[in-house]
Design a protein around this ligand. Structure first.
Ligand code: ADP
Ligand code: ASP
Ligand code: MG
Length: 467
């Protein structure tokens, strides 16, 4: 046999082995709190996940309102207000009893659901008796997603949909820097999936994870989107669908301006900027895993499944301004030092202070005599201030908002800056960041002007006049 044919046979057998070992193609479908917040909605979710025959991992949030209540319970425990904590737990339990009553009918399954509720509410009763700690706080916050997935699984059992509940705590992990690592999740998740080769529908919890110490932890508020994207990256999903209560990413914050329109297509970079700078529809970190592993993301509406929604891929689809978003609770810090600013090494020393306190900087501007930065966490502000004072005068403004204008290549869009500044004239702007990315211009303003600015931009940049 000639060497050409031997090479062909070798390539062929490697290819076949690779195909055999490759995980089956799956998609990820994530449903947020409002999408599962009522028994009827949960039933609609069941219809959506069974509408096609594709293999899928379904990621669920807690029922809407639950995580807020759990945060409240935790806060009450932290100040030792056990009486009010008890009241919150009781009314939450009542809510879940009603929910189960409306969701399930088969008596055997209702009994199983009652046992699930008893188990989780017993846990919440026990914590009333023990002393509060950060680890306990994380355990409390995890109850929402544990409950929603178990109840959903029982509903699927009732309507006889074959599926498997995969505990997120068995495969979602954070590293020692509290960052999720797709590689680790991939290995752990593959083990779980391989144990169930015939299952087409897997259900798991969003938001919750284990940390490097093996304790229960979470991906921060709104973190179920992040779970979905991490899973989609880990299994190289065909698509990561984020099902929510609106028909995709809109051009402006619908909670603040009354006329907004959905965006059909945008790039990962645009979506990541919008998510990071305040578009609540996506968790701030939820785009990078999908982007890195090139998994398309679709934002879809559970209440209107036929709406186009937003497709997020490498392609932006168009150039120019696409959307604006705002991020609150920003602190601006100005360091003035005529002596040192232009000396090389000065900025490094300033940045090292923020690095030391693990506080990330969002915006930065410089002048001859000073540098201004913004941060979104005040936890170490006193320490940071003290150390910066060694370099010059430090001025701090709290309660600021970053308003970001995002769009593919907006920095190259003619007339963009004139239209932007015409639109916001009359609103005092504390900082402007332009050129850091080709897709973003950010303005820092006092929080009090946020609504006015978003409305002005809606009219000036999108021609959507509220008046
Ligand atoms: P879920 O519970 O499904 O995760 P969220 O409440 O976290 O849903 O996110 C959806 C909400 O995000 C919408 O109801 C909307 O009010 C808000 N939102 C803020 N900015 C935007 C935007 N630019 N486009 C769409 N929705 C936005
Ligand atoms: N239940 C969590 C929260 O409310 C996570 C999520 O909904 O994405 O923050
Ligand atoms: Mg959300």
């Amino acid at each position: 046999m000639g060497s050409f044919w031997i090479a062909q046979i070798l390539v062929g057998s490697v290819y076949l082995r690779l195909r055999k070992n490759r995980c089956k193609i799956m998609k990820v479908m994530k449903f947020g709190g409002t999408s599962v917040g009522k028994p009827q909605r949960m039933k609609e979710v069941a219809a959506l996940i069974t509408a096609d025959n594709e293999s899928k991992i379904v990621v669920l949030s807690a029922l809407s309102g639950t995580t807020n209540t759990l945060v409240e319970i935790s806060n009450l425990l932290a100040v030792n207000d056990r009486q009010n904590a008890r009241q919150c737990i009781d009314s939450l339990e009542q809510h879940y009893n009603h929910f189960v009553g409306e969701l399930l009918t088969d008596i055997n399954i209702v009994q199983k659901a009652q046992r699930v509720l008893a188990e989780h509410f017993e846990f919440l009763s026990i914590i009333l008796k023990i002393s509060f700690s950060e680890a306990l706080n994380k355990d409390i916050l995890a109850q929402g997603e544990l409950l929603s997935t178990k109840l959903f699984s029982l509903y699927l059992e009732e309507i006889k949909v074959p599926h498997k509940l995969l505990p997120a705590l068995d495969f979602m992990t954070l590293d020692t820097h509290d960052e999720p690592q797709v590689g680790t999740i991939k290995v752990k998740l593959a083990q779980q999936l391989q144990r169930n080769p015939d299952i087409k529908i897997f259900i798991t919890q969003g938001f919750i994870t284990r940390n490097a110490k093996g304790e229960v932890d979470n991906l921060k508020r709104g973190g179920s989107d992040y779970t979905a994207s991490l899973i989609a990256a880990a299994i190289n999903a065909s698509v990561c669908e984020i099902w929510t209560d609106i028909d995709g990413m809109h051009n402006n914050d619908p909670r603040i301006v009354s006329i907004t329109r959905p965006i059909e297509q945008m790039s990962f970079e645009e979506a990541a900027e919008l998510a990071y700078f305040g578009a609540k529809i996506l968790h701030p970190a939820s785009i990078w895993p999908a982007q890195f592993y090139n998994v398309p993301v679709r934002l879809l509406n559970t209440m209107d499944a036929s709406a186009k929604g937003t497709l997020i891929t490498e392609q932006a689809g168009s150039t120019g301004v696409k959307a604006v978003a705002a991020k609150d609770y920003i602190t601006a810090i100005r360091i003035k030092s005529s002596r040192m600013l232009l000396a090389y090494g000065f900025l490094r020393k300033v940045f090292e202070v923020f690095e030391k306190y693990k506080t990330s900087i969002d915006m930065i501007t410089t002048s001859e005599v000073g540098v201004s930065v913004t941060i979104d966490s005040d936890i170490f502000l006193p320490e940071i201030r003290k150390e910066l004072e060694a370099f010059g005068t430090v001025e701090i403004d709290t309660n600021q908002s970053i308003v970001s204008i995002v769009g593919n290549e907006i920095n190259d869009t003619p007339d963009m800056m004139r239209r932007l500044f015409d639109a916001v004239s009359g609103i005092p702007v504390r900082m402007v960041s332009y050129g850091g990315s080709r897709h973003n211009v950010s303005l820092l303003i006092a929080r009090a002007y946020k609504e006015q600015m978003l409305q002005a931009l809606n009219a000036g940049l999108f021609g959507l006049d509220e008046s």
